[in-house]
Design a protein around this ligand. Structure first.
Ligand SMILES: [Ca+2]
Ligand SMILES: [Ca+2]
Ligand SMILES: [Ca+2]
Length: 223
């Protein structure tokens, strides 16, 4: 009985620990990154819109850092996201913070420190970032309201390669197969080279659990 309880706590701890590191990734300053953290959040329903995802991401925090739908302003940032979140499956995209508010070819960032700043005119990247990563013939305004940006986290789809972008209607469909959204947590210049409190809490909880099973064991016969 004691061994079983201990094993259960260890498995719980391992899964929690693994989960904490498998889902949210830091882009370390030491690796040339911005110190921010990134997450891929599955949509809560197959029709979760870009706008709903924008609002949801703005309400998230991680380690006390504010979240927002990810802004992708450099090839390195895009490559980091592609390396961490591509799942190798077909028809898999994620919302991010690019949008075309007036449907006139001018694409802007909708949230985060870059809110309101233009990044693309049609397919052409524009200052100040001079970075966009449209794939295939995107942005092609193929359907009504294709004013929202999605990032390919799967295999090549309609000539849009992994890590490339497309304009999409706000509601996912078989044409715009969005399954999640990319969140970015701003480190705001803080050093991120510290242990993650959430992981430490999980470790403490697991150790407390093991201690509790030892005490509990004193009151019950072994089986
Ligand atoms: Ca960013
Ligand atoms: Ca459009
Ligand atoms: Ca499109």
């Amino acid at each position: 009985m004691k061994k079983i309880l201990t094993l259960m706590f260890l498995i719980t701890f391992f899964l929690a620990y693994k989960n904490a590191y498998a889902v949210i990734f830091e882009w370390p300053v030491l690796d040339g990154g911005n110190g921010n953290y990134y997450d891929l959040v599955p949509l809560s329903g197959s029709t979760q819109t870009w706008q709903e995802s924008l609002a949801e991401a703005d309400g998230l925090t991680y380690l006390g850092l504010p979240g927002h739908l990810a802004t992708i302003t450099s090839a390195n940032e895009n490559a980091f996201l592609n390396s961490k979140f591509n799942n190798g499956l077909g028809s898999q995209f994620a919302w991010f913070a690019g949008f075309e508010p007036n449907d006139d070819g001018i694409w802007k960032w909708a949230t985060g420190p870059e809110t309101g700043i233009q990044f693309s005119n049609g397919v052409t990247a524009t200052p100040p970032f001079n970075y966009a990563n449209w794939g295939g013939i995107e942005p092609n305004d193929n359907k009504p309201l294709e004013d929202f940006a999605m990032f390919n986290i799967g295999t090549t789809f309609a000539s849009i390669n992994p890590g490339q972008w497309a304009d999409a209607s706000p509601t996912p469909s078989s044409f715009d197969p969005v399954v999640g959204y990319l969140v970015e947590y701003e480190a705001q210049g803080q050093s991120a080279a510290i242990p993650e409190p959430s992981s430490l809490w999980m470790l403490a909880f697991a150790l407390a659990g093991i201690a509790a099973t030892k005490k509990f064991h004193k009151f019950i016969p072994s089986i």
